[in-house]
Design a protein around this ligand. Structure first.
Ligand code: PLP
Length: 381
């Protein structure tokens, strides 16, 4: 058995990261300022987006998008239930309703067909998820959406490419830099869009409704004349956090290729473990996976997913659960009352999925340890 606990994830923080953060801390300007702008430009350039707005979280970005699009009572937002709760929570708090669509059983991606079938005259927005860092079928999804706005939930997908281009690109996408994501600010997010109008509106909503948030070099701060154009929130991210994000961002290619290497080793070794079924790659289009998560389904007749996770923990190996489906959680059970069998693939996976440890500082031997421990669990040891 492993001597040291192997967590399911751990942020990759280097001496350069510490130096970048220290530089901001000692610069005399620690909240949102020049490093925010640099971080925004770097992500916009990499993803091919015309505009990028740094925010305190991806959840905050979703909140603001709903505000800007004036989505509220009577409106519907199509999104999967097999995802993190933040999108659905924001939709609920806006007074609108989620229309939960099922996902593909083996990729956990929303399909164009499912979206098409869920569209009604009330549909105001579609939020599909690039699950685990695999690319959605974007051509199919945008064709299904027609004129309805789409915001890609790219929380897992910095470094995900679809047909040779970064996902999101000229369209709308939301990235998260929460502590477990491929790169992190501790907490942080970014909204990217091809629309200047949308970007400007999000930027205004994010900082008190004042028409600007950026550090003005001439003023050495914000212009004292800046005024409220309409009430807004306070969803800015500090330069302390942006410096960490930007420093990490500079390693995104290395970070993701390390993740890919480890994921490929899992795939190879897990061929000998029939009780664990990894997710499949989507087929029919060319894409690059960002490998945010390595998700398996526990398909043993004898050992449940929960028991598997508990047994691995006894063997000093951590795992994660991404995700407990939204519609199965108390508030959503009570308010949506979705009939059993409505989301069969979501429910099938909801009972079986488990995320194995995957982070850049892991070694191939760590992967071997996880697979060996899993084999022991299924052998009853
Ligand atoms: C992490 C995550 C979010 C929320 O990101 P925050 O920055 O924590 O608000 C949204 N969607 C998915 C799929 C996520 O995994």
């Amino acid at each position: 058995m492993r001597k040291e606990f192997l967590p399911f994830t751990r942020p990759n923080v280097t001496a350069e990261d510490v130096e970048a953060v220290t530089e901001v801390l000692t610069s005399g300007w620690i909240t949102n300022g020049p490093v925010n702008s640099e971080f925004e430009s770097a992500v916009a350039e990499y993803t091919g987006a015309a505009h990028a707005v740094a925010l305190s979280s991806a959840t905050a970005a979703m909140h603001l998008v709903l505000k800007v699009l004036k989505i509220g009572p009577g409106d519907e937002v199509i999104t999967p239930s097999m995802t993190w709760v933040s999108i659905a929570n924001m939709v609920e708090l806006a007074g609108a309703k989620c229309v939960f669509v099922d996902v593909d059983r083996d990729t956990l991606l929303v399909t164009p067909e499912a979206i098409k079938a869920a569209i009604t005259p009330r549909t105001k927005l579609i939020v599909p998820v690039h699950f685990a860092g695999a690319a959605l079928d974007l051509d199919g999804i945008y064709a299904a959406a027609g004129e309805i706005p789409v915001v890609e939930d790219a929380a897992h997908a910095l470094g995900t490419f679809y047909k040779g281009r970064h996902i999101g690109g000229k369209r709308n996408a939301i990235y998260s830099f929460h502590a477990i994501k491929n790169i992190t600010c501790g907490e942080g997010g970014m909204f990217v869009t091809g629309s200047k109008e949308l970007a400007d509106a999000v930027r205004r909503w994010k900082f008190h409704g004042i028409g600007m948030d950026a550090f003005d070099r001439q003023n050495r701060g914000r212009s004292p004349q800046a005024e409220v154009l309409s009430p807004g929130f306070k969803y800015n991210v500090t330069d302390i956090c942006a410096a960490l994000g930007l420093s990490q961002f500079r390693r995104i290619r290395q970070i993701n290729s390390r993740r890919r290497e480890l994921a490929m080793l899992y795939r190879k070794l897990l061929k000998d473990v029939p009780e664990l079924a990894p997710l499949a790659d989507p087929s029919g289009y060319d894409f690059v996976h960002a490998w945010h998560l390595f998700v398996v389904r526990v398909v043993s007749d004898r050992i449940s997913r929960d028991a598997f996770m508990a047994k691995l923990k006894e063997k000093n190996i951590g795992t994660g659960l991404h995700f407990r489906s939204v519609h199965s959680q108390k508030y959503y059970r009570d308010t949506y009352r979705i009939a059993p069998g409505t989301l069969p693939n979501t429910d099938f996976n909801g009972e079986r999925i488990c995320s194995l440890p995957l982070f850049p500082d892991m070694s191939p031997d760590d992967v071997r340890d996880v697979v060996a421990a899993a084999k022991e669990v299924f052998a009853g040891k």
